[in-house]
Structure formats: structure tokens, C-alpha cells
Design a binder for this molecule. Structure first.
Ligand code: ACM
Length: 263
């Protein structure tokens, strides 16, 4: 299975432009599954709620950004996982979708909101769902979910072989931590971070790139530098993620002791 990420700098509040950036970046490549950054339709910083609302869209696949992604997925016969600002009747979620030619295959709403995201987004209420594509079990988590090992563990215990991880990282810790998330669960992980900077009248942020694909033994299969716009694809055998033996006498899942963890 050819899996990878697209690292780029989404433009704030411009879903149509972001879709066309994605379209040109993937032209001429082949892959089965691709992960894009967090909030790739809307950007990350907002002056106010109205700005965010303008750039967000429902998860039904009919909005300008997701319908375009579905068209791309159909053209490439692929699965695209992408972060987006989701407009729901009760508010806005920092979400991720998996889309294929059949439309929206799975939806995840960020459970652990980071810092000022709490001013704008509702906390996710869908848990950590897994879904199947090309006979492979996939799961999604978003950016700051990395610091809660329960997120990756919950996905892995449900059978996820590949963790798709759209991100807008500003701190330097995640990439090293995701090596451990992959190793301790024996899963592949793809962290698709963004590049560039954003500013509003009250805040400015720089995003740290360094997107990466990690294998089930914690091996770095490919990565990007801090600032480049790039598409990286690697060929993997997702079956490897079914092997949870760490030594012949240690199995990462069978050896768990939930009886000793209860608080
Ligand atoms: C983050 O969760 N976007 C840092």
C-alpha cells in the first residue's frame, strides 16, 4: 500500500485556494492513501467566530472544500484524510474526514483541543472511530491528541493498522513522541503537519513542518524538512501492524494489565 502525506501551508480563510493548492501538489503522483494537515480548508487562527464560521463547512461532503476533495479522491482512486473546520448545527468542530470516490467514509472530531482552540471549537464527541480502506483498518487523531497516549492506544486496540494524524504543530515535541506512539502500539503513523506562519491582530504563530511517516517498530520511513512544501509517499505492508509481539514472550496487547491501571 502506498501511503504518505502532503505538507504545505494552507491559506487562512480560503478553502477554494487551499483545494487548488492540494490539486496541483498531488498532480502526477500515485498513492493509495494520503494525509493532509489539520484545518486545511480554513487555516488555524481566527480574528473572531464569524471568520471561522465563514471558512467552515458541513461534513456531508457537499461543501466547496470536501466536494473538491471527494472529486480528487475519485480521480486518483484513493483515500484522502484531511483536517477541516466542520460546521455543525450546534457549533464548529476541529475535524478530520476520510474521503474516497464514494464520499465521506469516516469523520473524527478533535477530542483534545489545544490552547485557544477552546475559544472557537466544540470538543469532539465521536470518540476515536476506525474505518476500513483496501482491507486495511485506519484511524484518525488530530495534532495535540498526540500528548494523550490514550488516543493512539484506543485506535490501536480497535485494530487500526495506520494512524492518520493531521497536524498544525507549533511545539517541537510531537515528532519524537509519535515514534513512541507507533512503537508502543506497533502501528504505522503519518503525521501531516503544515508549514508557514499565520497572524491575526492578537496572535501570531509559526508552524514547524517536519511531517513524518513512522513504522510499527518506531522506524522513520520518510520525513519532510521544516519549511518545504512536499508530497512523500512510501510503500508499506500494513499487515506488519498485526504483529504485536515485542519479544517472543511479550505481546503489547496481551501483556497489558488493565487491572493494575484502574484509578
Ligand atoms: C495543535 O493541536 N494544533 C497544536
Amino acid at each position: 500500500m502506498n501511503i504518505g502525506f502532503l505538507q504545505f501551508a494552507p491559506t487562512r480563510l480560503d478553502p477554494a485556494r487551499n483545494l487548488s493548492l492540494i490539486q496541483s501538489a498531488i498532480a502526477g503522483s500515485t498513492f493509495d492513501m494520503l494525509v493532509l494537515p489539520e484545518l486545511a480548508n480554513a487555516g488555524y487562527l481566527f480574528e473572531d467566530y464569524e471568520e471561522l464560521e465563514m471558512a467552515s463547512e458541513p461534513a456531508d461532503g457537499n461543501g466547496i472544500f470536501l466536494s473538491g476533495l471527494i472529486t480528487l479522491a475519485a480521480e486518483w482512486h484513493t483515500c484522502i484524510v484531511c483536517g477541516f473546520a466542520e460546521k455543525a448545527p450546534e457549533g464548529i468542530y476541529n475535524s478530520a474526514v476520510a474521503v474516497t470516490e464514494d464520499g465521506v467514509l469516516a469523520l473524527y472530531r478533535k477530542v483534545h483541543l489545544f490552547h485557544t482552540e477552546k475559544d472557537f471549537f466544540l470538543p469532539g464527541n465521536l470518540g476515536f472511530p476506525v474505518f476500513e480502506f483496501q482491507s486495511t483498518c485506519l484511524g484518525m487523531m488530530i495534532c495535540f491528541d498526540w500528548v494523550f497516549p490514550e488516543a493512539a492506544r484506543t485506535l490501536a486496540l480497535q485494530g487500526a493498522q495506520i494512524i492518520c494524524h493531521p497536524a498544525n504543530l507549533i511545539l517541537p515535541y510531537c515528532q519524537a513522541a509519535m515514534v513512541t506512539r507507533s512503537l508502543e502500539n506497533a502501528v504505522f503513523s503519518i503525521t501531516a503537519n503544515r508549514t508557514g506562519s499565520e497572524a491575526t491582530s492578537h496572535q501570531s504563530l509559526h508552524f514547524t513542518g517536519n511531517s513524518q511517516i513512522i513504522g510499527p517498530k518506531g522506524e522513520k520511513l520518510d520525513s519532510a524538512s521544516e519549511a518545504e512544501t512536499c508530497l512523500k509517499i512510501v510503500a508499506v505492508n500494513p499487515e506488519q501492524a498485526h504483529d504485536k509481539f515485542f519479544t517472543p514472550r511479550n505481546n503489547l496487547f496481551i501483556d497489558r494489565r488493565p487491572d493494575a491501571y484502574s484509578l
